[in-house]
Ligand binder design. Structure first.
Ligand code: NAP
Length: 250
């Protein structure tokens, strides 16, 4: 399937986990991929794999919490690919695990900066470039924690809820100018975000919270994300789509 042929796509957090899977799928389907990550070597590795498979990819170092860096990233995509058509605002961090009264102020600020402000900075410049490119589609990676709470993760939950509202508002604002904006809400996905921070026993307990009885995969999140980016989702905008193994149905 080459339905993204020659479309220029930015994926943030493309060096690992969900972002890497989305970057690979977009490139396999023909996109010119701009793989952006705080971890440049990781983004370079993913971009290198894509090129080795015959695709088009460039790696860029970016801190999504830095508005000027977000603007430079979009400028690079436009200069390199001749426009911008697709964007996935995926980069995110977990943050401290403390109840609200004990939650550290610097940790709160960092999580909101990366997981919420970073998506706003991204969209601010991506939308301007998409308007100049004849339209486009954006997916913001939220979480099941964009609709339910999780003890100890107030900043993460707040940011993920916030970006659902940001998604809906941008979708309304640009619906008549050919830009669709949607959010995806994964449950617990088997990526380094979990495996770096949790032991096997905890990962097993998390798996058991999903009616399907396992964690999700990055490829399962990518499948939904790429569908929403594709023209097959032409009447879908401003909505928040779960990929959660039944987690929120309980
Ligand atoms: P991951 O494996 O940790 O990958 C995230 C990538 O983003 C890493 O390469 C990370 O670099 C990078 N990154 C972190 N901060 C950044 C910044 N300020 N600017 C640019 N890049 C940055 O995580 P993941 O599990 O794939 O998560 C991707 C997204 O899905 C996140 O938004 C996360 O909240 C969301 N999500 C994940 C799950 C899950 O269970 N895994 C569930 C729901 C939602 P470093 O390694 O250098 O930090």
């Amino acid at each position: 399937m080459n339905d993204f042929q020659d479309k220029v796509a930015i994926v943030t957090g493309a060096g690992s986990g969900i972002g890497a899977a989305i970057a690979r799928e977009l490139a396999e389907r023909g996109a010119i991929l701009i793989a952006a990550d705080l971890d440049l070597p990781a983004a370079q590795e993913v971009a290198g794999e894509i090129r080795a498979d015959g695709g088009h990819a460039h790696a860029v170092e970016v801190d999504v919490a830095d508005a000027e860096a977000a603007e430079r990233l979009v400028a690079f995509a436009v200069e390199t690919g001749g426009g911008l058509h697709l964007a996935v605002n995926n980069a995110g961090i977990g943050g401290p695990n403390e109840n609200v009264a004990d939650y550290p102020l610097d940790g709160w600020k960092q999580v909101i900066d990366v997981n919420l402000n970073g998506v706003f900075y991204g969209m601010k410049y991506q939308i301007a470039a998409m308007l100049n490119s004849g339209g486009g589609a954006i997916v913001n990676i939220s979480s099941i924690l964009g609709s339910v709470g999780w003890s100890g993760s107030s900043a993460y939950v707040t940011a993920k809820h916030g970006l659902v509202g940001l998604t809906k508002t941008a979708a309304i604002e640009y619906a008549q100018q050919g830009i669709r904006v949607n959010a995806v809400g994964p449950a617990f996905i088997d990526t380094p975000l979990l495996s770096k921070n949790l032991d096997e026993e905890t990962l097993g307990q998390l798996a058991g919270l999903h009616p399907v009885g396992r964690l999700g995969t990055s490829e399962e999140v990518s499948a939904l994300t790429c569908f929403l980016l594709s023209d097959r989702a032409s009447f879908i905008t401003g909505s928040y789509h779960l990929v959660d193994g039944g987690y929120t149905s309980r």
